[in-house]
Design a protein around this ligand. Structure first.
Ligand code: NAP
Length: 561
């Protein structure tokens, strides 16, 4: 995890080395020399430690947070849940773990997911590898020794043959680009840095900026607590009802009995969850058929329920329009004030091309007397002031502000530390026009550096757990291969990387995704190159590509003895 790039400080900012002070008994010495340094102790970092230790490697993890969990350590805002079903959003690498852990709800809450991460860490004894409250600031590659020198903000320097960036895709939070944040006299919170002790908004006038997944989950709950909530919306998002519920014990037991087959389906699927793929186009059926399928998709309560109603919703604008219009009509049927409903209905991007959301009572929240929606596309926020904020048309007074304004996604966490490969070239320089990787795993010029779910891999276009496991296993197998074959350094060739980047772009351009101003495209960060960062080819296809590379002697990589 990396911190906010903003210089402003949220109400909940914790000292960087808080863990060292708080958990002194838990602090394990940092070795000067290890086989592998892993950056980050979220789900990727935890499994990486376990896999590396099983393969006999020594490993040191550095984690900026004061405890483990990554995304689920930081994102504690009201209503935070995973919108991938809990039966899918969990590790599959250990059959006993899979059987012994029992999720309570269809969509797990943040506290339950964090308990699960802690359970896994304790069960496999992973904590001893992790130094908390410690941020990696720099990683320098030495072409003579073929090793990385890794520096931290706590003064550590560790030499490692391999460096693994397990930093997450959505961990560099971003505050709104609005002047005056530092002048605000009340507390302000970023959803991605929520105070561990929680926030009580009772009786408060609250303003929230943003209407992405984090806002859509937190708005209904903040609205129930606050005296008044004003929602500042720039782009309305498509959201479907989550239909969350406790897991049915009998169905859960049946699933556990076939868990291995279920997981295998996920590994070979498009998005990393078992799904039947549609065979028909939305345009080859009549309106009645579409209406029925969309209704089923809406009622399914899943991210892909609507998107997989037909096979062309993500590639054909006319087909997509039919589904998008269905959702707009749903919004209008829930929200009583027609003007508010109109504002909430997304019109500037196809359904699914910005990350869709799952919610519990989001649209209905706008029927409450204490909630107001403000369109900041029409009336932009001009400044934040000591007692509230000002749009170009109106002044608003608040006791507290919430920024649900998202992240510098995918590249932000990787470019936080100063990473320098061969000849001192920095990753920031190399990626100035957008990320360049081979398979989203490695980048030419940066030998022995691996990324877990990096740009150019399915990552955020998939169930992250499936993609994390696949990468961790690929990377640890690669290191074991290197050790067993006396390989000192491994890095992609420029040709292989160029071909992969081209393939990633071609795959994206065959879809509607590039037509939206999404964080997938880097469009939410001013000045960030507009490149579709994840690989949209599907996790099953992608896995085959990665396996094929290995089967052909690490095709596309240079291996130096
Ligand atoms: P996000 O989707 O990037 O949403 C940020 C929101 O803030 C957008 O509505 C954005 O508007 C708005 N915004 C940003 N800067 C602004 C400004 N200066 N003025 C006005 N509005 C501004 O961020 P997020 O909601 O934190 O979600 C990020 C991703 O995290 C999700 O897409 C999802 O992948 C993941 N996530 C998952 C879950 C889950 O599993 N349940 C929950 C939360 C998040 P524009 O759209 O106009 O840029």
């Amino acid at each position: 995890m990396t911190d906010s790039p903003s210089t402003a400080t949220p109400a909940n900012a914790a000292p960087a080395n808080a863990a060292n002070a708080a958990n002194a008994a838990d602090v394990h010495p940092v070795a000067d020399t290890v086989d592998v340094v892993v950056v980050g102790a979220g789900f990727a970092g935890l499994y990486m430690v376990h896999r590396l230790r099983q393969s006999g490697f020594s490993v040191q993890v550095f984690e900026a947070g004061t405890d483990l969990g990554g995304t689920w350590y930081w994102n504690r805002y009201p209503g935070a849940r995973c919108d991938v079903e809990s039966i899918n959003y969990s590790y599959s690498f250990d059959k006993d773990l899979e059987q012994e852990w029992t999720w309570s709800e269809r969509y797990a809450t943040q506290p339950e997911i964090l308990r699960y991460a802690n359970h896994v860490a304790d069960r496999f004894g992973l904590r001893s590898a992790i130094r908390f409250g410690t941020r990696v600031t720099r990683a320098l590659y030495d072409d003579t020794t073929k090793r990385w020198a890794i520096d931290t903000d706590q003064g550590d320097r560790v030499s490692a043959q391999f460096c693994v960036m397990a930093v997450g895709c959505l961990s560099t939070s971003k505050t709104p680009e609005v002047p005056g944040i530092e002048t605000f006299q009340g507390p302000w919170y970023h959803t991605g840095h929520w105070p561990h002790e929680g926030v009580d908004f009772t009786g408060k006038r609250v303003g929230i900026i943003g209407t992405g997944s984090s806002a859509i989950q937190s708005i209904p709950i903040i609205a129930q607590q606050a005296a008044h909530l004003t929602v500042f919306q720039r782009t309305p998002n498509f959201s479907m009802p989550a239909k969350n519920a406790p897991l049915d014990e009998e169905q859960y037991a049946q699933l556990k009995a076939i868990y291995p087959e279920w997981r295998e389906q996920a590994r070979t699927s498009g998005f990393g969850v078992p799904n039947e793929l549609p065979e028909r186009s939305a345009l080859e059926v009549d309106a009645e058929d579409r209406s029925k399928r969309y209704e089923d998709g809406w009622e399914a309560g899943s991210l892909v329920g609507m998107l997989l109603a037909y096979n062309d919703l993500l590639v054909d604008k006319a087909a997509n329009d039919t589904a998008a219009e269905f959702v707009r009509q749903k919004i209008k049927s829930i929200v009583k004030d027609p003007a508010v409903a109109e504002l909430l209905a997304p019109k500037n991007h196809p359904l699914g091309t910005k990350r869709p959301c799952l919610d519990t009572g989001y649209y209905d929240t706008f029927n409450r007397d204490n909630v107001r929606l403000v369109d900041v596309l029409a009336s932009p926020i001009a400044e934040i002031m000591p007692h509230g904020l000002r749009t170009v048309d109106e002044d608003f007074e608040f006791d507290a502000l919430v920024f649900a304004t998202g992240f510098d996604a995918m590249t932000g966490p990787l470019l936080g530390p100063d990473i320098r490969g061969r000849h001192g070239v920095s990753l920031r320089e190399k990626w100035a026009a957008g990320p360049r990787t081979y398979l989203g795993l490695a980048s030419e010029g940066f030998p022995n550096l691996f990324m877990i779910t990096g740009p150019g891999s399915p990552s955020v276009m998939s169930n992250m757990m499936i993609s994390i496991e696949q990468h961790v296993e690929w990377v640890s197998d690669c290191m074991a291969y290197a050790r067993d074959h006396q390989v000192a350094a491994i890095e992609p060739t420029r040709d292989a990387e160029d071909a992969w980047v081209e393939h990633v772009n071609e795959a994206a351009n065959a879809t509607l995704y590039p037509s939206a101003n999404s964080w997938y495209m880097g469009a939410n960060v001013p000045g960030k190159p507009r490149v579709f960062m994840p690989y949209i080819g599907g996790v099953g296809v992608y896995r085959e590509e990665c396996d094929d590379v290995v089967a052909n002697g690490y095709k596309g990589f240079v291996l130096t003895s």
